[in-house]
Ligand binder design. Structure first.
Ligand code: HPA
Length: 233
């Protein structure tokens, strides 16, 4: 069986899929954290792997950048491949002075400048939230690891290079912790289709202080984020 974007058989994916943006990140995770790995997709280079972590079956697949991309993969994983838990692991920019590079953000809710939710034709505004069970488990893991983390609202933006360079400050004033480009579509798709989603981020840059991370530092925080995601998978 194949979908428009995933050439795999039903059963090739585990019930839990980790979704980094970059397909080579997916390969790196499979190579370094999973055992008994099988590659299950390569359409458009969007590599997906299924393997085992501490005896649990887990898949990892690139989501691509942006809500249209993650929305396609999330929809097909849930409706065609029986995936139940979708955990995005990514990076974000910080909007708050006390959210530092290398901190972890657990996305409790998502705000967005995208039109994604118009398809649901709701008579108001929907608030996309993380699955509570996944989020609670992630917070417990973060406590156990002793890492610096924040739980709160994140912005899923359609725009990386914004023509209004100060637009982010309005979101910051509303307490939004940071910006990425996928979680709102993931949360809405999962909710609409009866699946569960969570987004865990490491802060790679700051719009407040302009601090950045070195490649080595990113690697260390990335490993912490990976541990959290794999333990709750
Ligand atoms: N904007 C959007 N997505 C991001 C950023 C950012 O500044 N940093 C990491 N992902």
């Amino acid at each position: 069986m194949a979908t428009a974007h995933i050439r795999a058989e039903k059963g090739d994916f585990a019930e839990t899929v980790l979704l980094p943006g970059d397909p080579l990140r997916a390969k790196y995770i499979a190579d370094n954290f999973l055992s008994d790995v099988v590659q299950v997709n390569d359409v458009r280079g969007m590599l997906a792997f299924t393997g085992s972590y501490n005896g649990k079956r887990v898949s990892v697949m690139g989501s691509g950048m942006g809500m249209p991309s993650i929305g396609i993969y999330a929809h097909e994983l849930i409706t065609q491949f029986g995936v139940i838990n979708l955990i995005r692991i990514g990076s974000c920019g910080s909007y708050q002075a006390d959210v530092h590079v290398r901190d972890i953000i657990i996305g409790q809710a998502t705000s967005t400048n995208s039109n994604w939710q118009s398809q649901y034709q709701l008579p108001g505004t929907f608030a996309p939230v993380a699955d509570w069970g996944l989020m609670r488990a992630a917070v417990e893991q973060a406590d156990g690891l002793g890492v610096r983390y924040h739980v709160g609202n994140i912005l899923s933006s359609d725009i990386f290079y914004n023509a209004q360079p100060d637009a982010w400050k309005k979101w910051a004033d509303m307490g939004v912790l940071g910006v990425e480009m996928e979680a709102a579509a993931l949360y809405m798709t999962a909710t609409h289709l009866g699946a569960k989603a969570l987004c865990i981020l490491t802060v790679s840059d700051s719009l407040v202080t302009f601090e950045e991370t070195t490649a080595e530092e990113r690697e260390k925080t990335f490993t912490d984020m990976m541990k959290i995601a794999l333990e709750i998978a």
